[in-house]
Write a protein that binds this ligand. Structure first.
Ligand code: HEM
Length: 420
């Protein structure tokens, strides 16, 4: 059961609505006015947490703070949509990110084993080649959209290829991932929910069929590695669980990294001296990515729900209180970071950010996502040391609470200059 009324004594902010166009355009302006460490937002029925320390405490105590809310739809779904989802195997806690122990560990352990450092490292040449190929395709255009050219296709193609998805299915999966973001993190209208639910059922069916395909024709890919783990002890990892892990990775390894690449390039270009510095010293790129994760994280919010009454930041929360962990605000908390509103390429402790969560659910693909973003920015900086933002553009953002990055980022290769 979840509670939707504010706890006595808890501040309430009637105006806070993370899906309003003004909020999506500039959440940092709203954040600057949010003074309470925790407040209740009636628009979504969540308690919003704004402080690093409290958010960290929540992540560190999975018994009191269940992950069950992590992917729950923000709005109640129409019965017909719910029915289609359940029949399609998409349960209310649809995958690893929203399961608590011991169900979580059953999926997380084999997934972590298959998502090994060896497999990630082996992908480096493919990531580099794909980034180069994608940028070759726009090399004759003076101005191009970085999202369409690189930030969207790169992580999607890489994670699908890592998993072993046949290339002809990439476009379909990308479309389903968009529906999935709307279902769990947006506010789909009742008339759209049935279509979304039908797509979700097809997406889950696809993953089960992919497992079947890999059993018949194994490849050098993560799906086949998971099947090998299943073969060792079929009770410990069922074929349905493999399909669930693949469902997790196909989404988690995609939108998140698109946003990370786009946000990093945006933040570097909005101050040309930053881009110049990074282009002249590519060794700074990992630091630029880390500072972006602190300053403008691509997963701006994550969620939990209390399993018992608990006092947090001085507020007595009831059992079933849904928590909106504002990761973007944690990165701007001055108790955690000096001058937090300043983007600083040389910040010594940026990597303390909470952009990948913490504890048992800590992002499984953190190093992989970092690597992809670093390679993408490095290839861009090598080709375009004078890259700049195309003038007069207003950024738009997907209407969801968690995944954040401009939908379009127009860049201009800059005036011709000597190659570095
Ligand atoms: C690069 C940007 C990324 C960001 C900002 C990000 C962020 C996050 C966050 C905030 C969580 C929840 C952590 C928690 O509850 O403590 C998470 C979980 C997860 N991430 Fe990422 N992620 C990124 C990339 C990736 C990639 C590339 C993959 C895989 C290919 C991935 C796979 C996962 C999985 C499977 C989980 C669930 C882990 C669990 O429940 O045990 N992520 N991520």
């Amino acid at each position: 059961m979840t509670t939707t009324a504010p706890a006595p004594g808890c501040p309430v902010d009637e105006s806070f609505d993370p899906l309003l166009p003004e909020f999506l355009a500039d959440p940092f302006a709203v954040m600057a006015k949010a003074e309470a460490p925790v407040f209740f937002a009636p628009s979504i029925g969540y308690y919003v947490l704004t402080r690093y320390q409290d958010i960290e405490e929540v992540f560190r105590d999975p018994v009191t703070y269940s992950a069950a809310a992590a992917q729950a739809p923000l709005v109640p779904l129409a019965p017909e949509a719910q029915q289609i989802l359940l029949a399609g195997g998409h349960k209310p806690q649809p995958s690893m990110a929203s399961l608590d122990e011991p169900a979580h560990a059953r999926l997380r352990k084999p997934a972590a084993r298959a998502f090994s450092m060896k497999r990630v490292t082996a992908m480096i040449p493919t990531i580099e080649a794909t980034a180069a190929q994608l940028l070759d395709a726009v090399s004759t255009e003076p101005e191009f959209d970085l999202v369409a050219a690189l930030a969207f296709p790169l992580p999607a193609n890489i994670v699908f290829s890592l998993m072993g998805v046949p290339e002809q299915d990439y476009a379909q999966l990308k479309e389903w991932c968009g529906y999935r973001a709307a279902l769990s993190w947006g506010r789909p209208a009742p008339e759209d929910q049935v279509e979304i639910a039908t797509s979700m059922a097809a997406y889950r069916r696809y993953m089960r069929n992919l497992v079947g395909l890999k059993i018949r024709t194994p490849g050098d890919d993560l799906a086949s590695d998971l099947i090998a783990i299943h073969d060792e002890a079929p009770d410990r990892l069922t074929l349905d669980e493999i399909a669930s892990i693949l469902f997790s990775l196909s989404f988690a390894g995609h939108e998140t990294t698109t946003g990370l690449i786009t946000n990093t390039v945006r933040r570097l270009l909005e101050e040309p001296a930053r881009w110049n510095e990074v282009a002249a010293q590519p060794g700074l790129i990992p630091q630029a990515v880390e500072e972006t994760l602190r300053y403008d994280p691509s997963v701006a919010v994550w969620r939990r729900v209390t399993t018992r009454p608990v006092t947090l930041a001085g507020v007595n929360l009831p059992e079933g209180a849904r928590l909106y962990l504002w990761l973007a605000a944690a990165g701007r908390d001055q108790a955690a970071f000096a001058e937090p509103d300043r983007f600083d390429l040389h910040r010594p402790d940026a990597e303390r950010h909470l952009a990948f969560g913490k504890g048992q659910h800590f992002c499984l693909g953190a190093n992989f996502g970092r690597l992809e973003a670093q390679i993408a920015v490095a290839e861009l900086a090598r080709r375009y040391p004078r890259l700049r933002l195309a003038p007069d553009q207003e950024f738009t953002f997907h209407p969801n609470i968690s995944f954040r990055g401009p939908q379009i980022l127009k860049v201009d290769g800059g005036p011709p200059g000597p190659p570095r």
